[in-house]
Structure formats: C-alpha cells, structure tokens
Write a protein that binds this ligand. Structure first.
Ligand SMILES: [Zn+2]
Ligand SMILES: [Zn+2]
Length: 257
C-alpha cells in the first residue's frame, strides 16, 4: 500500500461535521501515516487543536490567520491566541500568506498579518504554512527575508511560478502540491519536476480541490494517494517510494517524530 502524510487538510471545516471520524478512519485505511489539520482562523485552530488531542500521534494542528481574513487581524488579540495554541501543541504557524487573486482583504493588511506570523514562527522556531496566489513578488520578498533569518516553511497547494518556488527552495523551504496537479488544465509539470525529492510534500487541501476522478466532490485526505501517484508519474519514480519520501519530508518539516 501507498503510504503518505496529508500535509494540509481543513478537517475542522464544517463540511466534515457529519462524518469526521469516518473520514479520518478512511484516511488511515488508505495509507495515511498522519494528517496536518490546518487552523486557518483562531476558531478553526481551536477546533483543529481539539481534533489533534483526540487523535494524538495521527492528527496534528496548526494555528494562524488566512490572508482572506487579514483585514480582521488584530495583532494583540490574535498573536496571543496563536501563542497559546503553540504552547498547547500546534506544530506550525498558518495558514497565512498573500492572496492577490481574491483580494478579500486589502493587500497592506495581508502583508501586515503575514509579517506578524512570520515573526512568531521565528520566535517559536515553528515552520510556516504559506498560502500564495497571484502574489509572487511580495511572497518571494517576505519568504526570502524570513528564510534568511532561519524560518522554514512550505508553499502549500503550489500553483505559482518557477522563480518563486526556486527562491523558497533556496532558503530551505518546501513545496506542496494538491489535487490540482491531476486536473486537465494543470500545465506546470516543470515545477513539479524542479522540486528536490527531499523538499516535496503532498496535500489534500480538503474539503476543497478533490483530485480526478473525484473532482467537484468534497475532498478528503484518503484521496492524497491519487495526488501522490500523479506526482510520481510526472517525476518518473515509484509511487510507493514517493509517498514514503513525501511523508518523511512532512514529518521532518513539522517535527512529527
Ligand atoms: Zn490555502
Ligand atoms: Zn488551506
């Protein structure tokens, strides 16, 4: 069986309220060694922390504020909340970052919230889960600055350019791919091939972005195996080996032991 770690799942999302335990069990049966549950808001991070407590050693939580909600980021309140979640076991900061595609929050507010979370990552020596869309230049500048100061992280659900990926890799970061790489319109196999084997991650980004042949349905971590298979095909390597390698990478980045 193909083993993997889902490095990015929104399991605290209400989309899983009716059958969350079944979803977790299906992931286990499908070969998941662990799932990183993303806290994309303080509320979601609290729910993710509770899930991680209930599934110790299999589910791990992160804590952060998504760029979509950056306009509501209040440094005093939200940094204190993230600090509290870290001391209670959050393995990473995020997801945070920049989304200039949707611009749900003004760009200066996005940069302020992202910068504050990069500072926390440095302070607590935790990795950062970064969301970036149509914001390559600003993301690159901020990731390179943080990376040069010793902060590591991952560009999640990567669909950006080669220069941004290369700049992040050069400062020791990781790049994660989702089910998007199974879609017909995906045309950046060159980026998939350019990521070194020891910096590559796989993720569901569930409940969004179900891989083919489940496209359009609610996504779940079990289906990361399809994304791993596609990554392996593009890179011309054995799927089981790539699953194991990406799991090892996720465990190293997030300190999953
Ligand atoms: Zn994201
Ligand atoms: Zn996400």
């Amino acid at each position: 069986m193909l083993e993997f770690i889902d490095s990015h799942a929104h399991l605290a999302d209400p989309a899983f309220d009716s059958d969350r335990e079944t979803v977790v069990e299906r992931a286990r049966m499908a070969g998941a060694r662990a799932i990183v549950c993303i806290g994309e808001s303080i509320d979601a991070a609290e729910r993710a922390a509770a899930l991680a407590n209930a599934h110790s050693g299999f589910l791990f939580a992160t804590a952060g504020v998504h760029p979509h909600d950056a306009a509501d980021f209040e440094p005093q309140r939200d940094e204190a909340a993230i600090r509290s979640l870290i001391t209670r076991g959050a393995v990473a900061i995020g997801e945070c970052g920049l989304d200039y595609h949707y611009d749900h929050s003004p760009r200066p507010a996005q940069r302020r919230a992202f910068a504050a979370q990069l500072v926390l990552a440095g302070e607590y020596r935790r990795p950062v889960v970064v969301h970036t869309r149509d914001a390559d230049d600003d993301t690159r500048a901020m990731v390179v600055e943080a990376g040069s100061a010793g902060v590591v992280g991952v560009l999640h659900c990567y669909t950006g350019s080669m220069p941004l990926a290369a700049a992040a890799l050069a400062v020791g970061w990781y790049v994660s791919f989702s089910g998007i790489i199974t879609f017909k319109k995906w045309e950046r196999d060159d980026v998939v091939r350019a990521v070194p084997a020891d910096r590559l991650l796989a993720e569901s980004d569930s409940p969004y972005l179900a891989p083919v042949p489940h496209r359009g349905k609610r996504n779940e971590p079990a289906w990361v195996s399809l994304t791993v298979s596609r990554l392996a095909a593009v890179r011309g390597v054995d799927p089981a080996a790539l699953g194991g390698q990406t799991a090892e990478n996720a465990a190293r980045l997030f300190g999953l032991g």
